[in-house]
Design a protein around this ligand. Structure first.
Ligand code: GLN
Length: 404
């Protein structure tokens, strides 16, 4: 190096154990190898043109300057009405609902607003990969418990359930926050009313707060329903509820979500939010506020995605993958150790790389949702795709049967 090249001073990482998120890595690998991307969770079909027109109208009506810090009032009112209609809890749109730049920002801001150095935060793994680094940046300590992986006779994971005993052991006077995620990414597991009651039993005598990540709230199938934390009055009084318009309206790139929480919690949330993003793009908020008025736009989602899930499952049934149940979300988990190929012995990350580069279908290793190496032979496919995309992916996956 040239002696005169200016040097950057030593830059010790605040997150030395963190690399680039698996979703970005797998999407980049899919692009590089022109693979069909069933990895990162996002739709490959367009959003409703009606929604785009409503955003355009907002832009033409000159809604192009800063909106209120907490979000456009019409949108906050719409969110409050939706939650009240679906989950029977009335949030005050002025003091209890804040529009965020997507779910992930809402999660980090909520964590920064309540976790102090030394506080413990309980998460349930497999868990979305943003939780742990956000807790660390707040100075908190992550206490991870694992979902119980229930296995078939042949040892392959079949379904997951909540580890109540471990949760009970993990909660102590240092517990500041417990993060739950229902419907659950990546397993599709859904909390029932009795689960919320049980959680309440665990926390009622403590000061622990709850963060409930419900970004897949409108994707629950087979006639089942989502039980929001908002539907449990005692829990709602100590919870941040996080959701995302990107997931609900097929616009993940717009990065708009919201956080609902009691006034005292929202007040602290907003102190951080105002210096983090300050506010979220204005025309999108107006567009979403108009679009949200028609409940059909979210009430139709279960049927819409259930048809995609069923189509995908039918195709996967022609393969040797073992399918895990998918009661919710737009993710299908499969066990690949049942495949009669040498690669069935690979670890999940290597298998996903191989599947992307050699078979041309990208998936996400479920091991990426754990902090400690956990290998269950399970990978996640996203089925929020056009039928043509799913059909091409299935054709490729079906070739796995014939190998060896
Ligand atoms: N939640 C999305 C997923 O699980 C990814 C979001 C992201 O890439 N940050 O695929």
């Amino acid at each position: 190096m040239d002696q005169n090249t200016p040097l950057t001073p030593a830059f010790p990482s605040r997150l030395p154990e963190v690399g680039t998120t698996v979703f970005t890595v797998m999407s980049a690998l899919a692009t590089k190898h022109q693979a069909i991307n069933l990895g990162q969770g996002f739709p490959d079909f367009p959003c409703d043109l009606g929604l785009i027109s409503q955003v355009n109208e907002a832009m033409l009506a000159d809604h192009n300057q800063y909106p209120p810090m907490t979000g456009v009032s019409e949108l906050r009112q719409g969110v409050a009405q939706k939650i009240s209609a679906l989950y029977c809890h009335q949030y005050d749109h002025d003091t209890e609902i804040t529009i965020t730049a997507g779910g992930t920002q809402g999660i980090m801001t909520a964590i920064l607003s309540c976790v102090s150095p030394g506080d413990e935060v309980v998460i349930i793994e497999p868990a979305y990969d943003s939780y742990r680094p956000s807790i660390k940046l707040a100075g908190g300590k992550t206490i991870a418990v694992s979902l119980i992986a229930n296995r078939d006779g042949d040892g392959s994971v079949n379904f997951y359930s909540i580890p109540w005993d471990d949760l009970e052991k993990a909660i102590n006077p240092k517990t500041r926050l417990i993060i739950i995620n229902t419907p659950h990414n990546p397993t599709g597991m859904v909390w029932q009313t009795s689960d919320l009651d049980r959680l309440w039993n665990l926390v009622s005598h403590t000061d622990a707060l709850i963060l409930s990540d419900e970004v897949y709230e409108h994707m629950v199938y087979d006639g089942c329903s989502h039980q929001s934390i908002a539907s449990h009055p005692e829990l709602a009084a100590r919870s941040f509820l996080i959701s995302s318009f990107g997931k609900t309206y097929h616009v993940t790139g717009w990065k708009v979500g919201y956080v609902a929480a009691p006034t005292v919690m929202s007040k602290e949330f907003r102190k951080v939010h105002q210096f983090n993003v300050f506010t979220v793009n204005t025309p999108m908020q107006y567009g979403l506020a108009s679009y949200l008025k028609n409940a059909e736009h979210y009430l139709s989602l279960p049927a819409f995605y259930q048809a995609k899930r069923d189509y995908f499952i039918q195709g996967l049934e022609q393969t040797d993958f073992k399918l895990l149940p998918t009661p919710a979300t737009y993710f299908q988990c499969v066990n690949y150790t049942s495949l009669n190929i040498l690669q069935a012995k690979m670890n999940e990350a290597d298998f996903c790389s191989w599947l992307t580069t050699e078979i041309g279908v990208a998936a996400i290793p479920v091991s990426a949702f754990y902090s400690k190496p956990v290998e269950s032979g399970v990978i996640r496919f996203c089925f929020a795709k056009k039928e043509a995309t799913l059909s091409s992916a299935l054709e490729r996956l079906q070739t796995l049967n014939k190998r060896n």
